[in-house]
Design a protein around this ligand. Sequence first.
Ligand SMILES: [Zn+2]
Length: 164
Amino acid sequence: MKRRTSRTPFEVRTSTIHGTGAFATSQIRKGTRIIEYVGERISHEEADHRYMNESRKDHHTFLFAVDKKTCIDAAVDGNDARFINHSCQPNCAAYNVNGRIFIEAIRTIEAGTELTYDYAFEMDEPDTPSVRKRYACRCGSIKCRGTLLKRRRKRKNIGALRLH
Ligand SMILES: [Zn+2]
């Protein structure tokens, strides 16, 4: 059975940032809860097991790190939230509400604008040039920090993880 998601104020189409993106179909006011990030809830060990050994070329995984124990794998029973791209200057943010993840508008977004949030990846891997390259950011914003990785020494309440 195909999963039916509730009506969302965005559509999914090709993005200049990365692959497929989510674009507002009407104005979305600041503070609007846009969509819940859903999928199968798995351990980090299981996430590593599923994806770490696969070739990343043309392979998409949709992992969101909820906390130290749990990841959401949106490749299994996920909804369109998994298509929202990263930006270093985002118009949305992901909030953890009792372990559920919601994407909310952090400013008013006009119709046609791509929805983005800061993935702020947290990596166990050492920070090497090849890791940097794998997580290179092409968001194109003026404030682009050049990577999807979390800025060092800056505290954030949650870290999102989505590997391409
Ligand atoms: Zn960027």
